[in-house]
Ligand binder design. Sequence first.
Ligand code: 5GP
Length: 193
Amino acid sequence: MEELVRRIQEEGNVLSEGVLKVDRFITHQVDPKLMEQIGSRFAEVFSQKNITKVVTIESSGIAPAIYTAQSLATPMIFARKEKSLTMDEELLTSSVYSFTKQLASTISISRKFLNEQDHVLIVDDFLANGQAAKGLIELCQQAGAQVEGIGIVIEKSFQTGRQLLEDMDVPVVSLARIDSLKEGEVSFKQADA
Ligand code: 5GP
């Protein structure tokens, strides 16, 4: 997606060879116009999959996921990282090791929001080593829901995430694919959509 690549080039900050900061338009301050374009693109790509739910993880996945869900006319569910006092029902849970926080946390979704009839599209802001997406796939599997695909806004292709997810037989569609973040420069490879 050309507009996304342009924004990363103009407004992204390379923090290290492994980490890109995009807090001006995705992860802290959010550009709704760009998110709307991202949501429409994912909806278009997965239009034949009869998606019934869009699933993401708090917090930075929520913005692209909500616009995707709006375009597909489905609900959006975000997995929580902290157990809330109001989550008093049966939960689907999984353990996720966070790339940015460097610690493991339990993520959860209320059982009542996913079932065997669901065809799920997982959406997230970044794909690094694939742990967040894998945790979300596990939650869907516990519910008996079918994961039809994964929509990623920014994939760091030099990390292991895509391989992990493809080995799980889940199609991955990334709107921007980063080849390297060496010497403070972002270099891109051909994106999926
Ligand atoms: P993974 O689980 O694939 O290893 O990492 C993906 C998660 O870590 C995403 O949900 C995202 O929040 C965070 N993440 C991974 N790499 C980056 C990065 O370079 N920049 C930012 N801002 N977040 C990242």
